[in-house]
Each structure stands twice: as structure tokens, then as C-alpha cells.
Design a protein around this ligand. Structure first.
Ligand SMILES: Cc1cc2nc3c(=O)[nH]c(=O)nc-3n(C[C@H](O)[C@H](O)[C@H](O)COP(=O)(O)OP(=O)(O)OC[C@H]3O[C@@H](n4cnc5c(N)ncnc54)[C@H](O)[C@@H]3O)c2cc1C
Length: 412
């Protein structure tokens, strides 16, 4: 059996038949911050998941909080959402540490984006130009300057870009802190798999979410239901309320330096890969991007590619121990933006998923957006704009036209 990474939640304190204000389905880095933020505002909240908190994709994530290097900087929508996510992190980490007693250190050494050949060096120059036009703080570095900052980099390095604003965090530490904070705030953590959402009829027509039916037959009743099941679909929803989320597989390795931290200080990005240092001598080397449905096998091919690319830039990785090989499923929408907000067509049903490569970055923002929406809190125009970009209803089937078009052959 796999060792547990997070404290085991205390047994459920509330009788399962007592309704709560909100039921959150899924205890990953989308669902847990939603529960946290709602509980802080006085709502009674229950979270249900068949597994330990954070043992889905959130357990696999590298933990980069990197809106600039993750988004194409000339894509204003992704950048707006990512930067709104990063802006929330410092306060979130401090508040979470206060609520849980678990420190959540932010790794603030920044990112170096690296080029291994002429094509990658030219791509870095283009990236720097676009960042400059959007006012994003990046600095071009000669390979020699990059190697002074990170002496472990290979002498074959062709170019580098410093991105000072990016942060990183250990996602498992975040989950551990959330799992400690939630019971202390009165949140009920229930073990169980939701089979389908329960719907009730509204007097004036339409339906309302009233809770969920679990696979073991229990019913969890609630005034609102938040679906945060990552890449996994949930049954029992009308077509209009569904969202087009698919799994995008990512594989990575966790390496460990037995002599402790210090081989590399900054997050390194190269091609499609990255190396993320933890503060205890571990390094996350990732990641693949694969369309393979719900397959989470780790493959020799992927590990070979990741290690080959990593060694090319940081030869010292050869001396490290392989601690883990992991695969996870990024919950991904067609426009790669999350779905956070009310579902179409069902009152009291909310989505919090589709975070793709940025579920850690967007964890605090997700909690705030759902809690603001459910409690009717006012938003700044900037937050309103971000909420509109991630609104699940952008994927709802267009309503049937009031006057269907007149067929061609019936026109005068
Ligand atoms: C290789 C890799 C690297 C990544 N690196 C980063 C990174 O550096 N930075 C970043 O911001 N993001 C990163 N991500 C993305 C991030 O991991 C995800 O966006 C995020 O973890 C999604 O969180 P989630 O809560 O939506 O999903 P999950 O963590 O998968 O949680 C969903 C939960 O729902 C539960 N569930 C499913 N079905 C049901 C049901 N029927 N009933 C009850 N519960 C159910 C599951 O058991 C699970 O616990 C990475 C992803 C991968 C794969």
C-alpha cells in the first residue's frame, strides 16, 4: 500500500443525513480551497471523495506558480487568469498556515527559461519581445550569465531568460495544510464516491441540485453542490449543465540529491520540460503531455525522454536518486481555461475544474471565485472579468432560437 502523504481526516463529525449549505465533490486542489473559503465565511460544508485528500492529479503536480512561462504571453485571457491566480498566493499561503499550523513556504527564486540550440534561442528572443510588449518583467541573459546564476547548467547552453516573478510551492504540503485546516473550521470530510447528482424540480420549471447519491446508497443533501472531480465526469446532469473536460496525461519523475539541496536554485524551463527544486534536495523533472484517455501508467519512453532532456541541461542530475515516477490527468477544456462558476440550466450546481496545467496556480483563486459567487459577494471589475473568462456557461449549448430559420424552399 502507498504511504499516505497527508494526515488522515478525522472521521466525519456530522450525521450523513444532516444537510449542509454546500457539498463539494472532490478533495483535490480545486475542491479543498472552495471548502476552505466557504467555511471561513460561515457556511456549513461537506467534502466527499473516495480517496485521501489530494491523492488525484494534485499529488502529481510539480507546483510551479508560473503565469508567464505557462501562458503564451500574447494570449491575454490565459495571462489575465494566471496572473489573478498568482496575485492570490502570498495571502492564501499565510492564511492557510494560520488556519492549519502547517507552514506553506513559497519558493521565490524565480524561473530561468533555457535554450539548448539555435531554434530554442530564437524562440526565447521572440518570447522576450512579446513579454516586453505586455509589460511582463523578463530579462535576457547570456549563457555565461545564466551559468553564473546556476553553475550546474551545461556549458552547451545557448541562451536564457530570467523570469523573476514566478513562484513554486510543494502541492503536497498545500494539501496537508488544507486537510489540517478544514476539520478545524468545521468542514465535514466524507469518504465516498458520488454516483450521481440529485436534482429536484423547481416550481416555475427547471431543476435544482439538492445533493448527491453515493455509490454505497447514502444520500448527501445540500443547498448547493460544487463539482471538483478533476478530469472525471459526474453522472446525472442534464446536457446543458455538462462541461467538455477531458484528461490530458502528464508523466514526471521526482529525483533526490542525498547530499541535500543546492544543485539548482531556480525553476528551469526548457522545450516542453522543466526542473523544479524543492527545499529538501528533491527535484521534479517533468513533464509529458499525452492524449491517452484515463491511462495513468508510467512508461519507459516518457522517463527516457525526460531524463535525456534533463541531463542535457543539468549533467549533475545523473548522480541523483530516482525517488518516484508519477503520472496524472490534467483536467482540460477545449480552450484550456478552467470552468469555475455556476453550471448552465441547474440552480445550485457549480463547477470547479478544467484547470489543465495550472490547478496549483489557480487553487486560491478558485476558492475565492466560487465562494464569492455562492455568497453573492461583490467583485471588482477585474475579478468580474476573470470570472467571466472561466464561466462554465460559455460551453452551454446555445438555446434554441425563438423563431427557427425558415427553410430555404419555403421562402418566397
Ligand atoms: C505532470 C503534471 C504536472 C503538473 N504541474 C503543475 C504545476 O506545476 N503547476 C500547476 O499549477 N498545475 C500543475 N499541474 C496541474 C494540476 O495538477 C491540476 O490542474 C490540478 O491538480 C487539478 O486539481 P483537481 O482538484 O481539479 O483534480 P484532482 O487533484 O484530480 O482531484 C479530483 C478529486 O476528485 C475525486 N473524484 C473523482 N470522481 C469523484 C466522484 N465521482 N465522487 C467523489 N470524488 C470524486 C478524485 O478522487 C480526486 O481526489 C500538473 C499536472 C500534471 C499531470
Amino acid at each position: 500500500m502507498r504511504a499516505r502523504d497527508t494526515p488522515v481526516p478525522a472521521p466525519s463529525a456530522l450525521p450523513a443525513d444532516r444537510p449542509t449549505d454546500v457539498l463539494v465533490v472532490g478533495a483535490g486542489l480545486a475542491g479543498l480551497p472552495v471548502a476552505l473559503e466557504l467555511a471561513r465565511r460561515g457556511a456549513s460544508v461537506r467534502v466527499v471523495d473516495p480517496a485521501d485528500p489530494g491523492s488525484g492529479t494534485s499529488r502529481v503536480a510539480a507546483g510551479m506558480l508560473a503565469p508567464v512561462t505557462e501562458a503564451e504571453p500574447d494570449d491575454p485571457d490565459h495571462l489575465a487568469v494566471g496572473r489573478a491566480g498568482l496575485d492570490r498566493w502570498a495571502a492564501f499561503a499565510a492564511g492557510l498556515a494560520a488556519d492549519s499550523g502547517v507552514e506553506v513556504p513559497l519558493h521565490a527564486a524565480g524561473t530561468l527559461a533555457l535554450a539548448r540550440d539555435r531554434d530554442e534561442a530564437e524562440a526565447l528572443v521572440r518570447f522576450a519581445d512579446v513579454c516586453g510588449r505586455f509589460g511582463l518583467p523578463v530579462e535576457r541573459l547570456l549563457p555565461s550569465a545564466a551559468r553564473r546564476l546556476e553553475p550546474a547548467l551545461a556549458p552547451t547552453l545557448r541562451g536564457a531568460l530570467s523570469v523573476p516573478g514566478d513562484l513554486a510551492v510543494d502541492p503536497r504540503r498545500v494539501v496537508a495544510a488544507l486537510a489540517a485546516a478544514l476539520p478545524a473550521l468545521g468542514v465535514d470530510l466524507v469518504t465516498g464516491a458520488v454516483e450521481r447528482v440529485l436534482l429536484g424540480d423547481l416550481a416555475g420549471g427547471g431543476s435544482r441540485a439538492t445533493g448527491a447519491l453515493l455509490a454505497d446508497g447514502r444520500e448527501l443533501r445540500a443547498g448547493a453542490v460544487v463539482l471538483a472531480t478533476g478530469a472525471h465526469p459526474v453522472a446525472g446532469l442534464p446536457d446543458a449543465a455538462r462541461v467538455p473536460v477531458r484528461p490530458v496525461k502528464g508523466q514526471l519523475l521526482v529525483l533526490r540529491d542525498p547530499s541535500g539541496p543546492g544543485l539548482v536554485e531556480r525553476v528551469l524551463r526548457f522545450g516542453h520540460g522543466y526542473l523544479v527544486p524543492r527545499d529538501d534536495g528533491r527535484y521534479v523533472l517533468g513533464a509529458t503531455t499525452e492524449e491517452r484517455g484515463f491511462d495513468v501508467a508510467t512508461t519507459a519512453w516518457a522517463l527516457h525522454e525526460l531524463l535525456r532532456d534533463g541531463f542535457e541541461l543539468v549533467p549533475g542530475l545523473l548522480d541523483l536518486e530516482v525517488q518516484e515516477t508519477l503520472a496524472g490527468l490534467r483536467p482540460t477544456t477545449p480552450d484550456a481555461l478552467p470552468v469555475v462558476g455556476p453550471a448552465a440550466g441547474v440552480d445550485g450546481l457549480w463547477w470547479a475544474t478544467g484547470h489543465h496545467r495550472n490547478g496549483v496556480l489557480l487553487a486560491p483563486l478558485t476558492g475565492l471565485l466560487v465562494a464569492d459567487g455562492l455568497t453573492g459577494a461583490s467583485r471588482t471589475p477585474a475579478d468580474e472579468h476573470v470570472a467571466s473568462l472561466v464561466d462554465p456557461r460559455r460551453f452551454a449549448a446555445p438555446a434554441a432560437p425563438l423563431h427557427p430559420p425558415v427553410p430555404e424552399d419555403a421562402r418566397a
